[in-house]
Design a protein around this ligand. Structure first.
Ligand SMILES: NC(=O)c1ccc[n+]([C@@H]2O[C@H](COP(=O)([O-])OP(=O)(O)OC[C@H]3O[C@@H](n4cnc5c(N)ncnc54)[C@H](OP(=O)(O)O)[C@@H]3O)[C@@H](O)[C@H]2O)c1
Length: 253
C-alpha cells in the first residue's frame, strides 16, 4: 500500500511550496491536483518521479468523482491531505454571475469537505489534514464577501473535524494566512500598485502550517501581524473592523 500525500492547487504559489516542503518526507507518491496539465508536468520535472500529476477541476462533479474513484481503486495510505486550492474574486457581490458564486463555493467549500470525506477512510493514526482558510475568515469582509465567508466555513469545519477525529489520531489544521505573495493577488488596479499590508512569502506560510500541524494544532496563524488581526477580531466589534477595511480599500472600489 503506497504512502501518499494529496495536495490540491499544487501548481500555485502556496501549493507548490507545500510540494517542495514535503517532497523529502517519507511518501511513495505526492498526488498533485490541479487543472493545468503543462504546469503539472513542470512540477514533476522540477520535483521528480514522486510527483503524480492528477488533472482535476475541483469545481466539476465528474472530475471529483474520478478522483474519489482513483482513491477507492488504489486504496493508498493517505498520510497527508492538503486542501489548498482556492479562488477569490473581488468586487460587488450583486455583480457576480451565478457561475462565479457557484464556482467559488464549490472549490473553496464543497471540494474541501468531499475530499476530507473520501480520504479519511484511508487514513491511519498520525495522518494529517491541512485545510487552507485565511485571515479573512476572522470577520466579514466587504467586497471579498463570498471569499471571506467561504474561508470562515473552512476554518469552522476544520476545527470541528479535528475534534471529531481526535480519537482516531488524525490531526486537522485550519491554516489562516494573511496576504501571501502569489499569483492570486492582483498586484495592480487601474494602473496603480495595490498595497498588501503584512505580505509574506508562501515559504513562510507553508513552513509554519506544517510545523503547527505536526504539533497537533487546529489552527495555524503565520506572523505576529496576523496574530494581532486575529486578536482584534475577537476583541473589537466587527463593525469597526469592517470600517477600517473599507477605509483601506477606498481607492480600489
Ligand atoms: N494569496 C493570498 O494572499 C492568500 C491569502 C490567504 C489564503 N490564501 C489561500 O491559499 C490557497 C492557495 O492560494 P495561492 O495564493 O497559492 O493561489 P494561486 O497561486 O492562485 O494558486 C491556486 C491553485 O489552485 C488551483 N486551482 C484553481 N482553481 C482550481 C480548480 N477549479 N480545480 C483545481 N485546482 C484549481 C490552481 O491550479 P490550476 O489553475 O492549474 O487549476 C493553482 O494551483 C487558496 O486556498 C487561497 O484562498 C491565499
Amino acid at each position: 500500500m503506497s504512502a501518499i500525500a494529496i495536495i490540491t492547487g499544487a501548481t500555485g504559489g502556496l501549493g507548490q511550496e507545500f510540494v517542495r516542503s514535503v517532497q523529502t518526507e517519507n511518501f511513495d507518491e505526492i498526488w498533485a491536483v490541479a487543472r493545468n496539465e503543462k504546469r503539472l508536468k513542470e512540477l514533476r520535472d522540477t520535483f521528480g518521479g514522486k510527483i503524480r500529476p492528477v488533472k482535476c477541476d475541483l469545481g466539476s462533479a465528474d472530475d471529483l468523482a474520478e478522483l474519489f474513484a482513483l482513491i477507492e481503486t488504489e486504496r493508498p495510505d493517505i498520510r497527508l491531505l492538503i486542501n489548498n486550492a482556492g479562488i477569490g474574486k473581488m468586487g460587488r457581490s450583486d455583480e457576480f454571475s451565478d457561475d462565479d458564486i457557484i464556482k467559488e463555493i464549490d472549490i473553496n467549500c464543497k471540494a474541501v469537505c468531499l475530499l476530507c470525506k473520501h480520504s479519511i477512510p484511508f487514513m491511519k493514526p498520525g495522518a494529517r489534514i491541512l485545510n487552507i482558510s485565511s485571515a479573512s475568515s476572522f470577520q466579514p469582509v466587504p467586497y471579498i464577501n463570498l471569499y471571506a465567508a467561504s474561508k470562515a466555513f473552512v476554518r469552522s469545519y476544520t476545527r470541528a473535524l479535528n475534534v471529531e477525529l481526535k480519537s482516531r489520531g488524525i490531526i486537522c489544521t485550519a491554516v489562516c494566512p494573511g496576504w501571501i505573495d502569489t499569483d492570486m493577488l492582483e498586484k495592480e488596479h487601474n494602473g496603480k500598485p495595490v498595497k498588501f499590508p503584512g505580505l509574506v512569502s508562501p515559504e513562510r506560510v507553508a513552513a509554519k502550517a506544517l510545523r503547527d500541524s505536526a504539533k497537533g494544532r487546529d489552527m495555524s496563524v503565520c506572523t505576529l501581524f496576523v496574530k494581532y488581526e486575529h486578536l482584534l477580531s475577537k476583541a473589537w466589534p466587527h463593525k469597526w473592523l469592517m470600517k477600517i477595511w473599507m477605509n483601506g480599500i477606498k481607492d480600489y472600489v
